[in-house]
Design a protein around this ligand. Structure first.
Ligand code: GAR
Length: 187
């Protein structure tokens, strides 16, 4: 049986699409069993439909607590027998309910060379700081925000002040690095 992936996203979903395409084309020997999204209306939802990937889309405000919506997510992941959860622009801190069930099987991609520039505005913060070497990190997810053990990193030089350009350069690297890393982890 192929390994089963879950991809979590909140926005555009270019990483989701790269992973879904790699699975569909056999470049990753796994299925995307479900795409989990906390933003109804996010562009990633249409991308999931295009790839025939089932979705679990929810609004956190419809639940009394983080624990309540994470309990629903855990049910979905269990039902799909998910082996690996890939956070791909899921802009929400993973709480104790999801960690309790899946810690050690959740990875995240982050647009900086951790431990520098944690948080939701990593690229903007790095540009404002004036760094000259940027990068991408994939790490295990634990209770420390962007603080879990590092699995893979890739750096690139950039000597300018345009966050959009850094995002553009970084995105290509993200897609390749995520596919390589998932392949290593599921072997
Ligand atoms: C990616 O650049 C990812 O590294 C970042 O969100 C973007 C999602 O893009 N994640 C974080 O900043 C997490 N702190 P995508 O929706 O096109 O895949």
């Amino acid at each position: 049986m192929k390994k089963q992936l879950a991809v979590f996203a909140s926005g555009t979903g270019t990483n989701f699409e790269a992973i879904a395409r790699a699975c569909a084309e056999g470049a990753i020997p796994a299925d995307v069993a479900v795409m989990v999204c906390d933003k109804p209306g996010a562009a990633v939802i249409e991308k999931a439909a295009r790839y025939g990937v089932e979705t679990f889309v929810f609004s956190p405000k419809d639940y009394p607590s983080k624990s309540a919506f994470e309990a629903e997510i855990v049910k979905v992941l269990d039902a799909k027998k998910v082996d690996l959860v890939c956070l791909a622009g899921y802009m929400r801190i993973v709480g104790e309910t999801l960690l309790g069930a899946y810690e050690g099987r959740i990875i995240n991609i982050h647009p900086s060379l951790l431990p520098s520039f944690k948080g939701a505005h990593a690229v903007e913060d790095a540009v404002a700081y004036g760094v000259k070497v940027y990068g991408i990190t994939i790490h295990w997810v634990n209770a420390d925000l962007d603080g879990g053990r590092i699995i893979a990193q890739r750096a690139f030089d950039y000597d300018g002040n345009d966050p959009a350009e850094v995002h553009r350069i970084g995105q290509k690297i993200e897609h390749a690095l995520y596919i390589e890393t998932i392949n290593k982890l599921i072997q």
